[in-house]
Design a protein around this ligand. Structure first.
Ligand SMILES: [Zn+2]
Length: 288
């Protein structure tokens, strides 16, 4: 067996502050094309006259919206269910047992959440959060897929905005901050399905100061030497191998307690905010 696998297994078994950074190869392995669909670039250009990278831009969205949504429906939403859920299930298990703190993903599909993960930062947004630019109503991928022609808000009849960032647009600042905070706080950085050479990630990974950067990818790429441990192959298979250790019931109970506490704190904060707003409103009315 790969020596690195044994080392990684031991690191994960002992850790309680893993942050998972998940890239486009994960979606591809699960059978989804992603936004760019680089692996079918010739077919895409032949059919649409542009590459995926050119289509998912504000130029095409604003000037050729029908083409944009054809591509969205047929290429980005090429299937509803992942071919294999191992990676997402393993992540959910690690989170459930208090080992995984955060997931930062550039995947626009919600497979981690569907597997039960709670702390997911979707850096580029999601196909599940298409928005009406007028009333703000959110529409999921199913709504896009089954729309006849260009999908519109069912209340305003206005064309929807996609739930993900278009290429060339800035990443949402709140998401970026959450991602950087997560990476900065990581003990173990488990990077999956990403080329470390891509500029977006280079900037992001600079915030990690530890010495346990683990890279798992389908194949070796330039720049991988920046990782402390690398393993290549089928990502789902590797995930099974590196988490093939005993998960302790006491860890699960402790993690559940912590999650409950965090949920309650968030709820209390939300309530306090609402009350403050109402008070302010009542005060304003009094003064009228
Ligand atoms: Zn609307």
């Amino acid at each position: 067996m790969d020596q690195n696998i044994e080392k990684i297994k031991k690191i994960l078994e002992e850790s309680k502050d893993i942050v998972l950074v998940s890239g486009s190869e994960v979606a591809k392995e699960a059978g989804l094309n992603g936004l760019r669909a680089e692996h079918m670039v010739y077919d895409i250009e032949a059919k649409y006259g542009y590459s995926g990278e050119e289509i998912v831009t504000s130029q095409i969205y604003s000037r050729q919206v029908a083409l944009f949504f054809d591509y969205y429906k047929d290429v980005i939403l090429n299937r509803e269910e992942p071919l294999d859920t191992t990676v997402f299930d393993v992540a959910a298990k690690l989170e459930k047992y208090g080992k995984l703190k955060n997931i930062v993903t550039r995947m626009v599909y919600d497979f981690y959440q569907r597997a039960g993960c709670e702390n997911v930062v979707e850096l580029y947004g999601s196909v599940e959060e298409n928005r009406c630019p007028v009333c703000g109503k959110i529409f999921d991928s199913h709504y896009i897929k089954k729309a006849k022609g260009t999908p519109k808000c069912d209340a305003c009849q206005v064309i929807l905005r996609p739930g993900f960032s278009l290429f060339g647009e800035l990443i949402d600042n709140a998401r970026l901050t959450r991602a950087v905070d997560a990476i900065e706080g990581a003990g173990v950085l488990l990077v999956v399905g990403i080329s470390l050479n891509s500029q977006a990630w280079q900037t992001m990974l600079r915030y990690y100061e530890g010495d346990k950067l683990i890279l798992i990818n389908t194949e070796e790429k330039n720049g991988d030497e920046r990782a402390n441990y690398c393993v290549y192959g089928n990502i789902a298979d590797i995930f099974k191998e590196i988490t093939d250790f005993e998960f302790k019931e006491e860890d699960r109970i402790a993690a559940e307690k912590e999650r409950k506490k965090a949920r309650e704190e968030a709820k209390a904060k939300e309530k306090a905010k609402k009350e403050a707003e109402e008070k302010k409103k009542a005060g304003a009315q009094k003064n009228e």
